[in-house]
Design a protein around this ligand. Structure first.
Ligand code: S3P
Length: 423
């Protein structure tokens, strides 16, 4: 990747990863047909499809949509092989909530990254509900052996604001003998709540507590997936940072539990305008117009963090080019993502000459230095690769991103879409 002088044009980012996963999963345990348009054909969501196919669900992939032939809450079949979630934490944790309630045993695994990620956070609450889950390496990571069991409703105070944990418990709650509540330290993304309600479940939210009633049935639906704000974030950063730029990002999901990137980019001085806003009881969307701006540092933490958790790497890149200091705190969760994103950002931005230091729960960046191209180790983490592709546009000299094709996890056409804005 090399320096860019301006970025101009429109981009339509692919469908939201979190919502794509959920549309397949909820469709699989619903009665009748679920039709998903603008589904993200990224490797993570394809892992979800493959797991449900192994559980006996027919899923048809067409050019314009996906059809899921749901078999109802209790219609899944015992798979004849191990389920492979690939690199996907969402697949691993959410499917565990469903498998915990089935009448058969399943083994669930994933790639090297997944086999290092913490699963105690779902094993504890699901076990409280009566689930039998064993970490086969006895290290609280996958592979997991899940033996389906009758489940009980619980009231669970989660120590982390994690939509994956919350969703695993809510999905198990569909099968429980009494209502189930999850209380979070602050609100994580609420796509499960929105979509489960749409499929017919009874879900109530008050402040940071979500309660689900045991469900008799869910019914298949048509789901139109909005563009992924986490993918849009790279173009937001690029449009703000590269001089003389103007980018229109079409049809992006702007759910308030996901829009922290917009709030932070504006607070940094970013020229961002929302156009064609479509308010919806479900998932609101807008086109996002971004123009080059002079950015300054910010301090971010607290309940804002879960609303931008996947955008911290690209926010760190913005901070590196912004004037003054940026402090990111309360973001210890970054250590247990696809890679340790605190360490990996500090190491790689440091290689480019950025003044950056890791803290226990985040990082401190003194921005405004000229960065130089470097060899970047993506650690096979898609969000790291895309963040450094943007940093490379601003750095002096060439940047080489090792393992750059890991962008296929969430955004297979990322480099082509970025290239198209350079013409
Ligand atoms: C996701 C939730 C977040 C996020 C991940 C997708 C989801 O993880 O980082 O990329 O779809 O529920 P946590 O819930 O563990 O914070």
């Amino acid at each position: 990747m090399n320096n860019a002088h301006r970025l101009k044009g429109e981009v339509t980012v692919p469908g939201d990863k979190s919502i794509s996963h959920r549309a397949i999963m909820f469709g699989a345990i619903s009665e009748g047909l679920t039709e998903v348009t603008n589904f993200l054909e990224g490797a993570d969501c394809l892992s979800t499809i493959s797991c449900f196919e192994k559980l006996g669900i027919e899923i048809e992939r067409n050019a314009s949509h996906i059809l899921v032939r749901g078999k109802g809450l209790c219609g899944l079949q015992k798979p004849s092989e191990v389920l492979d979630a690939g690199n996907s934490g969402t697949t691993t944790r959410l499917i565990s909530g469903i498998l915990a309630a089935q009448s058969f045993e399943t083994t669930l695994t994933g790639d090297a990254s997944i086999r290092r990620r913490p699963m105690r956070r779902i094993i504890t609450p699901l076990s409280m509900m009566g689930a039998q889950i064993e970490s086969l390496g006895a290290n609280d990571c996958a592979p997991l052996r899940i033996t389906g069991s009758p489940l009980h409703g619980i009231r669970y105070e989660s120590p982390v604001a994690s939509a994956q944990v919350k969703s695993a418990i809510l999905l198990a709650g569909l099968y429980a003998d009494a209502p189930t509540s999850v209380i979070e330290p602050s609100i994580s993304r609420n796509h499960s709540e929105i979509l489960l309600r749409y499929f017919g479940a009874e879900v109530h939210t008050t402040d940071t507590t979500v309660t689900i009633q045991p469900a008799g049935r869910l019914v298949g639906q048509k789901v139109s997936v909005p563009g992924d704000i986490s993918s849009a974030a790279y173009f937001i950063a690029a449009g703000l940072l590269v001089p003389n730029s103007e980018i229109l990002i079409r049809n992006v999901g702007i759910n308030h539990t996901r829009d922290g990137i917009l709030r932070v980019a504006k607070e940094m001085g970013g020229d961002i305008t929302l156009l064609n806003e479509v308010a919806s009881e479900g998932e609101p969307t807008a086109d996002i117009l971004v123009r080059s701006s002079h950015l300054h540092g910010v301090t971010i933490g607290g309940s804002l963090i879960p609303t931008l958790i996947d955008e911290v790497p690209i926010i760190a890149v913005m901070a590196a080019f912004a004037e003054g200091q940026t402090i990111i705190r309360d973001a210890g969760e970054l250590k247990v993502k696809e890679s340790n994103r605190i360490d990996v950002m500090v190491t790689n931005l440091g290689r480019m000459g950025c003044d950056i230091a890791a803290t226990d729960d985040g990082m401190i960046i003194n921005g405004g230095r000229t960065l130089k191209g470097a060899v970047i180790d993506s650690n096979l983490d898609h969000r790291i690769a895309m963040s450094f592709a943007i940093a490379a546009l601003l750095a002096d000299g060439e940047t080489q991103i090792q393992g750059s094709d890991c962008v296929k996890i969430s955004y297979p056409s990322f480099y082509q879409d970025l290239q198209a804005l350079m013409r």
